[in-house]
Design a protein around this ligand. Structure first.
Ligand SMILES: Nc1ncnc2c1ncn2[C@@H]1O[C@H](COP(=O)(O)OP(=O)(O)OP(=O)(O)O)[C@@H](O)[C@H]1O
Length: 308
């Protein structure tokens, strides 16, 4: 279990993390998603013990991670830009990891490399960005980590390599029960592999949910009203985006339920048809809504979009 409690981190006056709290169950694949500059890398670097926090705490299985070698021994970290030793070959990097991590398995590395096919005598600096990313992922999974943290692991990978990387992560989680934290703005990929996600927006938690819940609550509805749409429709608290083409209204809600449909019907809706949303669209709609944690943890919402 990983507990991120009220994490705050500023760079000068910029709040890169603003009271972020996340609980990650063991064996979970957890997605941290957000736009450029949302704070994903800052959170990840605090999680792996590179940054200290200004306020709050991060505990991995009850232990702080910063300057804690015992915790770091069981932690794999794939950064968005990985640092390798200049002039080292793939084999030398493997030997280095074998020396540094008691749990590193050369056999596992060799098995992964049957899929990823890196030349062992190739110099790492001569590998493409995608190949370097594959190497970093193989090295870190071969540690057999309890926690694997990946910052934008699929950036720079072609479609086939992306699938291979994500499939490898899923099969390792199934086999070893490790916990994975993965950041990305490639949401379509996370949707496939993640159990839970936190959406960050300007350093704050904008949304936090299981992927299934998120998709069940955030829905786009196509609605036709008997006569005119209610005057105040754009002000309804359940609605995060509203559009219409002629008499057809497109309503995005982040509080979908049968009672919301009943409310629409009581207000003259004659036809209500859900339209599928993928996580990418869910992200776009929810990141326009800032959530402010109230004193008792109750969500109070400020809607930043322009209501019709
Ligand atoms: N070392 C630093 N010094 C100053 N500002 C920083 C530093 N690291 C990050 N920031 C700022 O903090 C904010 C969050 O950055 P961060 O890299 O965590 O975002 P991100 O969500 O990972 O973005 P991206 O998807 O572009 O990688 C940004 O405004 C960034 O400019």
């Amino acid at each position: 279990m990983i507990e991120i409690n009220d994490a705050c981190k500023s760079f000068g006056t910029l709040k890169a993390l603003d009271h972020v709290s996340i609980k990650i169950p063991k064996g979970c694949i957890y997605g941290v998603i957000g736009e450029n500059g949302a704070g994903k890398s800052t959170l990840i670097q605090a999680l792996v013990g590179i940054y200290t926090l200004d306020e709050g705490s991060i505990l991995i299985e009850g232990q702080p991670v910063y300057e804690n070698n015992e915790v770091k021994r069981h932690l794999g970290y794939v950064a968005d830009r990985n640092q390798f030793f200049k002039g080292y070959t793939v084999k030398q990097m493997m030997d280095f990891f074998d020396l540094a991590y008691p749990s590193f398995s050369v056999e596992k590395f060799e098995a992964y490399n049957k899929v990823f096919k890196l030349k062992k005598n190739a110099k790492v600096k001569n590998l493409s960005k995608g190949m370097q990313m594959r190497l970093a992922i193989m090295l870190n999974i071969a540690i057999g980590p309890r926690l694997l943290v990946l910052d934008e692991p699929t950036s720079g990978l072609d479609a086939i390599a992306k699938k291979q990387v994500l499939d490898l992560i899923i099969s390792e989680v199934e086999e070893s029960g490790m916990t994975v934290v993965i950041s990305s703005h490639h949401l379509a990929e996370l949707e496939r592999i993640c159990d839970e996600v936190t959406i960050l927006n300007q350093g704050k938690v904008a949304y936090q949910s299981t992927v299934d819940d998120l998709k069940a609550k955030v829905k786009k509805l196509q609605v036709v009203f008997e006569e005119k749409a209610p005057e105040d429709l754009g002000k309804w608290p359940e609605i995060v985006n509203l559009d219409h083409v002629g008499s057809v209204y497109y309503i995005v809600t982040d509080q979908y339920s049968h009672s919301f449909e009943d409310k629409l019907r009581k207000n003259g809706a004659r036809l209500i048809e859900p339209i599928g949303l993928n996580l990418e669209e869910v992200f776009i709609y929810t990141s326009t809504v800032e959530r402010i944690e109230g004193e008792r943890g109750k969500d109070e919402r400020v809607k930043s979009f322009n209501k019709n």
